[in-house]
Structure formats: C-alpha cells, structure tokens
Design a protein around this ligand. Structure first.
Ligand SMILES: Nc1ncnc2c1ncn2[C@@H]1O[C@H](COP(=O)(O)OP(=O)(O)OP(=O)(O)O)[C@@H](O)[C@H]1O
Ligand SMILES: [Mg+2]
Length: 135
C-alpha cells in the first residue's frame, strides 16, 4: 500500500483534534468520497485523536491516500507512546471505559470504517490503523 498523499498532525490538545479532523475531511473531499463518508471519516478521526489526548496525552494522526488492488482508500493511523491498553478485546467492547465515559469511541470507529486494526502494548503505546475504501 503506497501512500500518494500524507498529512501528519501532532496531537496534544483539543485544537489538534479539530485540525486532524479538518485534514481528514479535506482529503476525503478531494478524493471524492460521498458527504456521508466524509463525515464518517472525520468522526472516526475525532474518536482516536480524542483517545490520544485523553489517555496518552500526546501522539500523532497520519491521514493518507492509499491504493491497493486498484482501489483507492483513505487510511488513518493514530499512534501514541502512552500507557497502552492491557486488554484490547475488552477495550473494543461497546460500553467499556476506564474513564467513566460511554466507551463507544473505539467500537464506533471500527463500525464506521471498513478496515480496523489496533495494536497496543502496556508501557509502550497504542496504534490504531483504519481505512475507508471508495465504492
Ligand atoms: N490511545 C489509548 N491509550 C490508552 N488507552 C486507551 C487508548 N484509547 C483507548 N484506550 C482505552 O480503551 C478504553 C475504550 O476506549 P473508547 O474510546 O472506546 O471509550 P472511552 O474513551 O472510554 O469513551 P468514549 O470514547 O465513548 O468517550 C478507554 O476507556 C481506555 O481505557
Ligand atoms: Mg474514547
């Protein structure tokens, strides 16, 4: 999967979440995604970027245009070197939250995007990679 366009946004504040969301939206529009998909992509970015600020304090979001088997896709990578997640299976369950929040961020993002992958190691950090493919 070779990226043809890439924007890297450092995440450490709410303003950075807005910036990442805006970059994702701009790329999605440029790639010709439907307005529904543009919103879906922006929402998924918000959730993973918000988790970075909330649980890891800082990290980065990379949005890129990718092409695989003749299909165009928009890939979002959110990574941090925060505390990591002890039980990823649990964290992916709707309603699971260590912050007394709704616990819908990660399962919501997985549902919204086509491909979703999370890898996390306690003490090392978390990486979420997700892609929306063009129809
Ligand atoms: N980047 C991260 N680093 C460390 N822990 C994380 C990270 N992202 C998520 N988690 C853990 O996974 C749990 C579930 O995350 P999720 O985003 O689904 O729900 P939430 O953030 O608790 O609530 P919501 O997003 O609905 O406000 C979090 O409560 C937290 O314990
Ligand atoms: Mg969350």
């Amino acid at each position: 999967m070779a990226p043809r366009f890439e924007a890297r946004i450092r995440i450490r504040s709410d303003a950075d979440i807005v910036a990442a969301r805006r970059q994702g939206r701009a790329l999605a529009e440029q790639m010709g995604f439907s307005s529904t998909d543009v919103t879906v992509i922006a929402t998924a970015i918000s959730e993973v970027a918000r988790n970075i600020v909330q649980y890891a304090r800082e990290g980065e979001v990379v949005v890129s245009a990718t092409r695989e088997d003749g299909r165009d896709g928009l890939t979002i990578v959110a990574r941090d070197q925060g505390p990591g997640i002890a039980d990823v299976v649990k964290a992916m369950q709707p309603g699971y939250s260590t912050a007394n929040s709704l616990g819908l961020g990660l399962p919501g993002a997985r549902r919204l995007m086509d491909d979703f992958e999370i890898s996390s190691r306690v003490g090392e950090g978390t990486t979420v990679t997700m892609t929306k493919w063009q129809r």
